[in-house]
Ligand binder design. Structure first.
Ligand code: SF4
Length: 389
């Protein structure tokens, strides 16, 4: 993969307004812009290391941890896909896989950000990256009674469980309104392993993947739904790489709700006159190609005006939080998030919505940094508002 980079450098600037592409790498745009801050330069650094012209150093490590693993460089790279080389679930040249594998090498050689070390240690011990106790993972449940065995299992995720329980409540209300019989894994659910994979601790991710898949199998699930885009990508793509074919289907909640609407099991009745714009989470867009389901849901809401930001779908712009950047470089994550807030303001949106709790958190934090009346809310808030009481 390293030698397949031809060095053209579309991943550096990539301004092609005629196709809606305004920039590629959020890190290149938000740092001093030296060559190793974007994909082409990172390839050259890796070449230098392979050939012994460079040695691992704290600076190289820091540079490689300063990447949101958004996948925008993979998206624009003319070299990432070769129709003659058909790899299951993967690209021929996969920038993200390469960065993640190199991060594994860095960790093995003792290069890790102190904050990332704390998070990984905690994940190993308490199965979440938020420094919370595993036993408190289901505090959001309160007095709700949800079975642990069902054909449809709602995988809650760490962000929902510990930081955004209101989103979990929303999803549950929506499923109940559609009379969907579903279960949860309860205390058997652990961190999906996304943060471990992104930072480079694959051994831990493997353990977590094995434990979660075992719990899902024991629950008798045929379908797993997630709200978190990180959990979705991890279970759908990374678990496949780690464990092979899984005995259940994985759907993002917006794919599931789109189907409920098509089947007539949900119907939006309440209208809204607000102008809404939608942020594509990188784990759903670049990694998983889910573009239409959330938009179709929004377009089903009577009178809702959906207006796109200038960067959308394949050309979307990262919220800034992924790949361990939010925990490792919080200010940088916020700066990138502010880009998105400004884009939503440029089109005079009343509401910026998304369907990933992790993106939502960073976008909310970014909105607080700017003087804006923009309302940043989860897509499930809009869905619930549109449903009859
Ligand atoms: S994955 Fe995103 S942040 Fe990282 S190098 Fe590629 S474009 Fe830049």
């Amino acid at each position: 993969m390293i030698y397949s980079c031809s060095g053209i450098g579309d991943c550096r600037i990539g301004y092609r307004p005629s196709v809606g592409r305004y920039g590629v790498c959020p890190i290149y745009e938000h740092t001093a812009g030296f060559e190793p801050t974007h994909a082409r330069g990172r390839f050259r650094v890796l070449e230098g290391l392979l050939e012994g012209r460079l040695e691992l150093s704290k600076e190289i490590a820091e540079n490689f941890f300063k990447c949101t693993t958004c996948g925008s460089c993979k998206e624009i790279c003319h070299n990432s896909y070769d129709p003659c080389i058909n790899l299951p679930n993967s690209y021929w040249l996969d920038h993200i896989k390469l960065w993640e594998v190199f991060r594994e090498d860095l960790l093995e050689n003792g290069y890790i950000l102190p904050r990332h070390k704390e998070i990984l240690d905690w994940c190993q011990k308490e199965f979440n990256p938020y420094m919370e106790k595993h036993i408190e993972r289901i505090n959001w449940l309160k007095d709700k009674k949800i079975p642990n065995n069902a054909e449809i299992i709602f995988f809650i995720g760490c962000t929902g469980s510990y930081r955004m329980p209101s989103i979990i409540d929303n999803v549950i209300k929506i499923l109940e309104k559609a009379n969907v019989e579903f279960g949860i894994l309860g205390e058997d659910e652990k961190c999906c392993g996304s943060i471990a994979l992104r930072i480079g601790k694959k051994t831990l991710a493997r353990e977590l993947a094995g434990q979660n898949v075992e719990a899902i199998k024991n629950a008798g699930a045929k379908i797993v739904i997630t709200h978190c885009a990180g959990c979705y990508k991890t279970i759908k793509n990374d678990y496949f790489d780690i464990l092979g074919e899984l005995p259940f289907k994985i759907l993002h909640i917006t794919e599931f709700i789109e189907q409920l609407l098509k089947d007539g099991k949900l119907k939006f009745e309440n209208e809204t006159n607000e102008i809404v714009t939608y942020h594509d989470p990188c784990h759903l867009s670049h990694s998983s190609r889910i573009y239409d389901a959330p938009r179709n849901i929004l377009l089903n809401i009577p009178k809702l005006k959906l207006i796109e930001m200038k960067r959308n779908r394949e050309n979307t712009w990262c919220c800034g939080a992924g790949g361990g950047v939010k925990s490792g470089f919080p200010e940088l994550a916020l700066e990138i998030g502010v880009d998105r807030i400004q884009e939503a303001k440029e089109i005079n949106a009343d509401i910026l919505t998304t369907n990933c709790p992790f993106c939502l958190k960073n976008l909310k934090d970014a909105a607080k940094k700017t003087d804006t009346s923009l309302n940043v809310i989860d897509i499930t808030d809009l869905i619930l508002r549109a449903l009859k009481e």
